[in-house]
Design a protein around this ligand. Sequence first.
Ligand code: SF4
Length: 462
Amino acid sequence: MKFKSLKQNIFTPLVSTDEWCKKYPEVDREYIWSYPLQYGGKPFNPIDIFRSSDVPLPSLDAVVYIHTPACLFRCPMCPFYVEVVKSRKDIMGYAKAVIKELHMYKKANLTKNLNLNTIYFGGGTATLLYPEDIKEIIDEVKKIIPNKGEIEITVEGHPCTVDYNYLSSLKAYGVNRVSFGIQSFDQNTLSKLGLKQTVEQNEKVLKDSIKLGFKTVAADLLYRTPNQDIKQLKKQLDRFFEFGVHSISTYSLELSIRQGILSKQLPSEEMDQKMFYFINDYMKKKGWVHTAQPDYAHKDHVQKEILTTWKAPQGQTIGLGAGACSSFNGANYYNVHDIEEYINVVNEGCLPVLIGQKFSLEDAMSRYMVLGTRCFEISKVEFEKCFGKKIEEIFSKSLSYLLSKGLITNEEKYFKVTDKGKYYVDNISKQFYSNNNRNHLQPWGEKMKGAVASSYLCVYEE
Ligand code: SF4
């Protein structure tokens, strides 16, 4: 199986140490969501996905993530691979292709041992799919992947793309969690950031969702917005509480992936830190759980998708759709980043994988720690159960360093990130990178737009 080689390993570029990491007490702003990275080594052949894993799998809990990389417009600070479309009609045929891709996993007998706990429609704009398409995908996923309990089914939506009827259909089709990129209730801020939704649309979508009775209504908030202070930030948070939202993801506008515009009007680094700890304290006072950085939730609405993807021991993620990323069966791999190519490849009965990497044992152990850090609590017992070794044997130097800085604590069953350490979650994660992964940046989709492979693995249709 031969694949087009991507220039300079663009998925996870190799950079100098200074560019790669910030040394505590400077905060590292690279948002770490994927691990291990693409560092070369043995060429990846997608047939490897269908072979048994070379490393122990920490958990067989599973997320099926359906990626729809289409939007009606492009937001100025967006780091994701997105294709701008005019309407839902422009991606007709996409949902059918997603179902075909899912059937390839079934055909290869890869799903029988899994325990499905989450179906997640993300994007781009997942609400550009018709509700009937979403229903069809949900039904197929449930049919194909075994599950034992209640399945969390999330659809991420953009406030400009849904109305009451649309949401009502989602509810009727079994979606129990909706999540919206609200970002702000201040029109001036929305306009300055070049975001298309209005405050009225933001408010309406939340009101409608609460009225319809979705189990969880979630929203994103951008803070450290131009000229914002703590008082204004509190006002923004309070608006979410007034609407009765159950889960809030809070993103600092300063994240390196979102830079570029308005940098002169952004509150200072010191203010950024103050805002972070303010949010943390405020949510704690409200009795909310800090599930992971940057996600908070009411205790009855903690997101299963986050726990399965990041919390140690991490589960399995099957990513379907153009630009989707999977972490499955001991490998990380990415689909082609082009909707038309994706549909064509899948319709020919082939797996639309572009590039990937099998985990080495070192990768797998590092992954447990790197991603686990995002959820602040790393189980010692599960690590030993999975890898047959104690965490301290493998990561003694990194642990000593982090303990000496007060960023983590060593408790009987867990290493835990301290309140102080929560601001430095990405600095902490990087302490656990294996040598091969160091100096590689996280993959951000926009740079890979249009990336296709020169050939694909065919999985014949029944
Ligand atoms: S920020 Fe969201 S809505 Fe805006 S272009 Fe990116 S994926 Fe689309």
